[in-house]
Write a new protein. Structure first.
Lengths: 211, 494
C-alpha cells in the first residue's frame, strides 16, 4: 500500500505517546516517536544556555483518505488544546504529484557532523527562523567507516529540523550554508521539503498557523 | 526546562535529610538556635549549588566528555586513546568534589594524611584504571577477570596496612565516583561507544566506572604501604576539637567570609587543570564550532559556581551540624538509637540520590522491563539502609571493618559467576553511584561526631561508611540479575 502524506508533530516531551495513541484511534496504522531537543524561545535563557527543552517528534504515515481525520485528531486533541504552546504539526505530501504551491511553509533539514547543531540554529535564528528541533543520529556507509581493533566505527550526526516561511527560507538556507564552520567538504547536507499544511498546537493556535 | 527539573531533583535529594535533622533538633538533640539557622541556610546553599553544578555538568562537562570520547575513537590511534584516558582520568578526579570533601574530613580526623595527598594518589589510581578499562574494551578482555584481579591485589595489600588506611581506601573508591567523575566517564564511554556499531557495544558501555573505582582503593592502599606504620596508632579521640567552639559564636556572614577564599582556592585548583587540558584538546583534536564551544564554556562556568556554593553549604553547615548531631546522639544513654537512625538515613540517601534514578532506569531497560524500578529501588534502599545501620553499630562497638567488607566483596565476586555479564558490569558501575554528595558530607560527619562522643576512634570506625554504601548495590543488583537469568532460563516471559 502507498502512503500519501507524512505528518510530523513536534510536541512537548511526554505528549508524543499520547498523540500517537490519538492518531491510531483516528485511523493511522502506526507512528514513530523520536526524542529531540528544542531550543528555548527566550533569548535570555538561550544566552544562559539553560533553555533547552526535550521534544517528542512523532512521525505518522497516512493515506490521502485518512489524512484529515488523523491530522485533525492530533491538532484538536484536548490535551494539546489545554496548553498554551504545545509545539507544531505539519504534513508533507509524498509521491511524484506536483506539490500544492500555495502553502507558506518549507521544512529545512540539515544533517551535519555532531556538534554543529548549536551553530546552525544560531545562524538560522539570525536569518529569521523561529525555532528548530535537534535530533541525534548516526551516519552510515561512508568510505571513512573503518575498523579499530575489531570495533566498527560509525560517525555521529545531528539532524536539525527547521520549519520556515517560504519568504525567508532562502535567507535561512544561505545563512546556514555559508557558516564558516560548515565550509569543510563532507561535513553535512541541507535540503528542503515543501510542507502542505502547518498548524501550531496549543490554546492560541490559529488553525492554519499563519499567526 | 532542564534547570527547573534539576532543582526539583536536588530538592527531593536534600530536603528529606534536612527534615530528619530538624526533627532531631526539635526532639532528642536540641541544637542551638544559631546553628540551626546556619543549617537552614546551608540547606539552601546545597540545593542551589548542586542544581547549578548539575546543570553545568549537563551542558558543559557531559558534552565535552562525549565529544572527546567520539573524537578519540574516530582517530583510531590506540596510544592516543590510552594516553588521553590516563590524563583525563587523573584530571577529572582532581576536580571531584566528593573526593575533596572526603580528603578534608580524613585530614581533620586522622591527621596523618593530607587532603591533597589523598586526592593526588587517588587521581593517579583512577587514571591508570581508566586506561585499563578502555584497553579492556579494545582488546575484549572479560570484565570479570579485571574486577577479580583488581580486588585480589587490593585485598592482598590491604591486609598488610594500618586499619585507618583500609577504611579510607575503600571509601575513596566510592567517593571518587561522584558528581563530577561519573557523568564525565560515562559520557566518555558513551562517546566512544556511540561511534561503534557492533553488537557488544552496548554491553561494553557499562563497566568503565566499576573498573575506574578500583583505582582509588589500590592507590590509597599503596599510599598506606608507603607511609608505613606511621598511622598505626592514631591519636584516640583527641585529634580534633569536637565542634570548634568559635565556629558557633562567629556570625553567619563572618563565617562565610572566612570560608569563601579557601573554597575559591580549592575549586580553582580542582577545575583549572581540567579546563586547560580540554582547551588543548579543543585546539588540536576537537575543533568544535564556536557556538558549541561557548555553550560548553558556559557549562564550565556553572560547574565552577555551583561547586563553590555547594562547598560553602557543606563546610559551613552540613559537616559541622552532622558532627554536632552525631556527637549529641552518641552521648545519649540510649545511643543505640543511632542504629535505626542510620537505617532511616541510608534509605533516604538512596531514594534521594539523582544518580540512582538514572541507574534504575538503565537496569529496567536492559532487563527488558522485567526488573521494575520500584523493585530495584526497594532492594537498593534496604541494602544501603542495612549498610548505614551496620556502620552505626560499628561506630558504637568499634569492630573491624573487615568483618563487614570481606563477606560483602566475596559475595559480590561470587555472584559475578552466576549473574549475566551485563548485570555484573552495571552492578560494579553502580557501586560508586549510590554514595553521593550527601553520604560523604552529612552522614559521614554524623558518624565522626558519634564516634568521638562514644570515645571511639573516628579514623577507623567512622570511615568505611562510603565503602559500605558502595558495595551494597553491587551485591543487590547482581542478585536481581541472577534471579532474572533464572527466570529467563525457565522460558518465563510474562
Amino acid at each position: 500500500m502507498t502512503y500519501d502524506y507524512e505528518i510530523h508533530t513536534i510536541t512537548n516531551h511526554g505528549l508524543g505517546e499520547r498523540l500517537a495513541a490519538v492518531s491510531r484511534e483516528a485511523g493511522a496504522r502506526g507512528g514513530t516517536i523520536m526524542v529531540g531537543l528544542g531550543s528555548a524561545s527566550s533569548t535570555l535563557l538561550r544566552m544562559l544556555a539553560i533553555g533547552d527543552v526535550e521534544k517528542d517528534v512523532l512521525v505518522t504515515l497516512v493515506t490521502a483518505a485518512e489524512k484529515d481525520a488523523v491530522y485533525n485528531a492530533i491538532t484538536g486533541n484536548s490535551l494539546v488544546r489545554s496548553r498554551k504552546h504545545a509545539g507544531i504539526s505539519y504534513c508533507i505530501k509524498l509521491g511524484d504529484e506536483p506539490v500544492d504551491t500555495n502553502t507558506h511553509y518549507e521544512l529545512i533539514t540539515v544533517i551535519s557532523n555532531r556538534g554543529y547543531a548549536e551553530d546552525i540554529m544560531t545562524a538560522a535564528r539570525k536569518a529569521g527562523a523561529r525555532g528548530g528541533t535537534i535530533l541525534h543520529a548516526r551516519g552510515t556507509g561512508k568510505p571513512e567507516d573503518g575498523k579499530f581493533f575489531g570495533i566498527t566505527i560509525v560517525p555521529e550526526k545531528e539532524t536539525v529540523l527547521i520549519l520556515a516561511e517560504r519568504t525567508n527560507s532562502a535567507a535561512i538556507k544561505d545563512a546556514i550554508s555559508t557558516l564558516p564552520c560548515l565550509s569543510t567538504p563532507g561535513i553535512g547536507i541541507l535540503y528542503c521539503t515543501p510542507v502542505s499544511e502547518f498548524r501550531l498546537l496549543g490554546k492560541n493556535a490559529a488553525t492554519d498557523g499563519k499567526k | 526546562m532542564n534547570f527547573l527539573k534539576k532543582l526539583k531533583e536536588t530538592c527531593i535529594a536534600v530536603l528529606p535529610i534536612s527534615a530528619v535533622v530538624i526533627l532531631l533538633a526539635l526532639t532528642i538533640t536540641p541544637l542551638e538556635g544559631a546553628l540551626l539557622v546556619k543549617f537552614l541556610f546551608g540547606t539552601v546553599w546545597i540545593i542551589l549549588g548542586l542544581t547549578i553544578f548539575l546543570t553545568g555538568c549537563d551542558i558543559g562537562i557531559m558534552p565535552a566528555g562525549a565529544f572527546l570520547g567520539a573524537a578519540l575513537t574516530v582517530r583510531r590511534n590506540l596510544p592516543l586513546l590510552l594516553a588521553s584516558g590516563l590524563l583525563i582520568g587523573v584530571l577529572i578526579t582532581i576536580a571531584e568534589p566528593s573526593l575533596l570533601i572526603l580528603g578534608q574530613q580524613a585530614e581533620k580526623t586522622t591527621g596523618n594524611v593530607s587532603a591533597m595527598t589523598l586526592v593526588y594518589w587517588v587521581s593517579a589510581g583512577v587514571g591508570l584504571f581508566l586506561v585499563l578499562g578502555l584497553a579492556r574494551t579494545v582488546f575484549q578482555i572479560p570484565f570479570r577477570l579485571i574486577i577479580i584481579a583488581g580486588y585480589a591485589v587490593v585485598f592482598l595489600f590491604a591486609s598488610r596496612i594500618s586499619p585507618v588506611f583500609v577504611a579510607l581506601a575503600f571509601d575513596s573508591g566510592g567517593a571518587t565516583t561522584g558528581q563530577m567523575t561519573v557523568p564525565f566517564i560515562i559520557a566518555l564511554g558513551v562517546g566512544i561507544f556511540s561511534v561503534r556499531s557492533d553488537r557488544s557495544a552496548e554491553d561494553d558501555s557499562f563497566g568503565l566506572i566499576g573498573i575506574a573505582s578500583i583505582g582509588p582503593m589500590l592507590a590509597v592502599v599503596l599510599l598506606g604501604l608507603v607511609s608505613g606504620t606511621a598511622g598505626a596508632e592514631p591519636p584516640v579521640g583527641e585529634g580534633v576539637p569536637l565542634v570548634a567552639a568559635n565556629e558557633q559564636t562567629r556570625s553567619l556572614l563572618a563565617e562565610y567570609a572566612v570560608l569563601a577564599p579557601e573554597i575559591l582556592k580549592t575549586v580553582a585548583l580542582a577545575l583549572t587543570p581540567l579546563a586547560v587540558i580540554l582547551g588543548l584538546y579543543q585546539i588540536f583534536l576537537l575543533r568544535l564550532p564556536p557556538r558549541q564551544l561557548t555553550r560548553i564554556s558556559i557549562g564550565f562556568g556553572y560547574t565552577c559556581i555551583g561547586l563553590i556554593i555547594f562547598l560553602l553549604g557543606t563546610n559551613s553547615a552540613f559537616i559541622p551540624v552532622g558532627k554536632e548531631v552525631g556527637f549529641l546522639l552518641g552521648q545519649l544513654d540510649y545511643n543505640r538509637i543511632l542504629i535505626p537512625l542510620g537505617f532511616v538515613l541510608g534509605a533516604l540517601v538512596v531514594c534521594a540520590e539523582p544518580a540512582i534514578w538514572v541507574l534504575t532506569e538503565s537496569v529496567e531497560e536492559v532487563s527488558g522491563g522485567n526488573i521494575r524500578r520500584p523493585v530495584l529501588l526497594t532492594a537498593l534502599a534496604l541494602g544501603v539502609a542495612a549498610s548505614v545501620g551496620l556502620s552505626m553499630w560499628r561506630v558504637l562497638d568499634g569492630f573491624s571493618i573487615w568483618y563487614i567488607l570481606a563477606p560483602w566483596y566475596a559475595a559480590a565476586i561470587a555472584l559475578s559467576f552466576a549473574c549475566p555479564r551485563l548485570f555484573t558490569a552495571i552492578a560494579f558501575d553502580s557501586g560508586g553511584v549510590a554514595s553521593g554528595p550527601l553520604s560523604s558530607t552529612f552522614v559521614l560527619a554524623l558518624l565522626i561526631g558519634a564516634s568521638e562522643a562514644v570515645g571511639g576512634n573516628p579514623g577507623t570506625d567512622a570511615f568505611g561508611l562510603i565503602a559500605m554504601i558502595a558495595v551494597t548495590p553491587i551485591v543487590t543488583i547482581q542478585i536481581l540479575g541472577w534471579l532474572y537469568a533464572l527466570y529467563a532460563k525457565k522460558g518465563g516471559h510474562a
